[in-house]
Ligand binder design. Structure first.
Ligand code: ADP
Ligand code: MG
Length: 256
């Protein structure tokens, strides 16, 4: 479609925790249907960037745009905060996060986990929410676990439940923060499979990952973050096949 603004856009984003500068001017954009992979060493600012994007963290400088709509701020610097709580909720519900540690609610069944936010945040009709939740659980291959408790599931099943929960919000984009890092290698693959299906469906996604094969398989653009700055970015063939920066070369050889 012509002239559609990116689903997510960040321009020159700066973020500090007190005196620690973590993001030093990061710009990126994800068009509708595009998957971006974010790679980089531990501590380079990947999780912080995701949390700034969906406004779980404040940032001090730069712009964040959701479908062309800039986040409105009040104040400046360390006193800068989003000005409009309604806008924050709208953006956050449209950028669903999937975390490394799944973060399922232990006191709710898998089905209840998937239904909770559509019921309480979106205030949808219970019967419709339940039908949709069952569809999403089927989609990630755990339809038979609807009535189980999180603790009864393997890590891979829990992470697939967390993905179903994110999908149930029918978000514009999905943000993944190291979705396979907590899993044993044999369980990683079942989550990778689901993420690949979502990419093939044309979902808009931003995936922080240590799995270079996953990044190469699903991303149209790979972004290498180093100490809070984008050191190199490009299509996976270029980034993995012919990395230009010595830092990226070093990083890639350390991950093999
Ligand atoms: P990554 O996800 O790439 O490993 P993070 O975004 O988690 O990196 O962290 C980037 C830097 O910010 C690290 O130096 C980390 O210690 C610091 N940091 C992250 N979260 C906080 C926080 N809540 N308070 C203070 N420092 C933080
Ligand atoms: Mg992280």
């Amino acid at each position: 479609m012509p002239d559609q603004p990116p689903v997510i856009e960040v321009r020159d984003l700066h973020k500090a925790y007190d005196s620690l500068e973590v993001l030093k001017g990061v710009s990126l954009s994800a068009a509708r249907g595009e998957t971006l992979a974010l790679i980089g060493s531990s501590g380079s600012g990947k999780s912080t960037l995701l949390r700034c994007l969906n406004l779980l963290e404040d940032s001090q400088q730069g712009e964040i745009l959701f479908k062309g709509e800039p986040v409105r701020w009040r104040g400046t610097g360390l006193d800068r905060h989003p000005a409009d709580p309604g806008q924050v909720i709208r953006i956050r519900t449209n950028l669903s996060m999937v975390f490394q540690q799944f973060n399922l609610w232990a006191h709710m069944t898998i089905l209840q986990n998937v239904m909770e936010a559509p019921l309480t945040v979106l205030r949808r009709d219970r019967a419709e929410v339940e039908a949709a939740a069952r569809r999403y659980l089927d989609k990630v291959g755990i339809g038979d676990k609807a009535d189980a408790w999180p603790a009864q599931l393997s890590g891979g099943q829990q992470q697939r439940a967390a993905i179903a929960r994110a999908l149930a919000m029918e978000p514009e984009a999905l943000l993944f923060d190291e979705p396979t890092s907590a899993l044993d290698p044999e369980l990683e693959q079942e989550v990778v499979r689901v993420i690949k299906d979502l990419a093939a469906e044309g979902r808009t996604m931003l995936i922080v990952t240590h799995d270079m094969k996953l990044a190469a398989d699903v991303a149209s653009q790979v972004i290498f973050l180093h100490q809070g700055l984008i050191e190199e970015e490009g299509p996976p063939e270029a980034l993995f096949g012919a990395p230009k920066s010595e830092r990226l070369q070093g990083f890639l050889s350390s991950t093999r």
